[in-house]
Design a protein around this ligand. Sequence first.
Ligand SMILES: [Zn+2]
Length: 264
Amino acid sequence: MTTILFLAWGLSPAADPAAYVTYRTGTSPIILSAPHGGTLPVPGVGVRTGFAVAQFVTVRDTGSDDVALAVAKALETKTGRGPHLVVAKFARTYIDANRPADDAYEWKAAAPVYAVYHKALADAKATVAKDWGRGLLLDLHGQGADPNAIFRGTNDGKSVTHLTDRFGRAGLTGPSGVLGGLERAGYKVVPAGDSKDKEDPRYGGGYITRTYGSRDGGTVDAIQLELGTSMRSAAKRERFARDLADAVIVYAKEYLPEKPKAGP
Ligand SMILES: [Zn+2]
């Protein structure tokens, strides 16, 4: 009886998996991802328990979804070109999109929603590679270890292999790199500047940067940014979004094609 009612109201498991992900296709070589800011439960999906899962975390990256939306808006306003945007509406307690499928969820009904998130990233990456030749994915997260820090995650450089092969280390940490731009704007970046320190293993890049960056080839690089609470708070996120957008614009001018291969 319950099942029949749920079906009648369109609330059956995975009735509309796409409703749990914000996906906007962009007109620029930039992709923004925010997998951990969502709050929605997913019908038919139970809370994850973490049995036999490595690196089990269910905490929400509060505000990281709003930061992604604000950065997208700032980029579009400043450049006339919106980024590709993939933002989870589902809560991490049910699905962790920054893990391989086997570790990401425990209920079958979660699979179509997880697949929507990853198809969006894959489609965005393919579109950027086809239309622009090269691009950058920023995977936005939140960390609670240092409220004022931004931890860099590139799987210790692997997810930006294309960038650093072509332009050297400066593409990542130099003045026109995204991290360099954030430092110039006054933010504390860890590891700092071009220090030889390894990335913090807690924040050094996850499944998304490994999968959609240039670790295994390709021309789209990926950087995970783990933002402290001060950058995600309602009072400061707009300002941070503008600063990150500015850093991305400087990066794009220096390291990405000025125009798409065809069209406007
Ligand atoms: Zn996260």
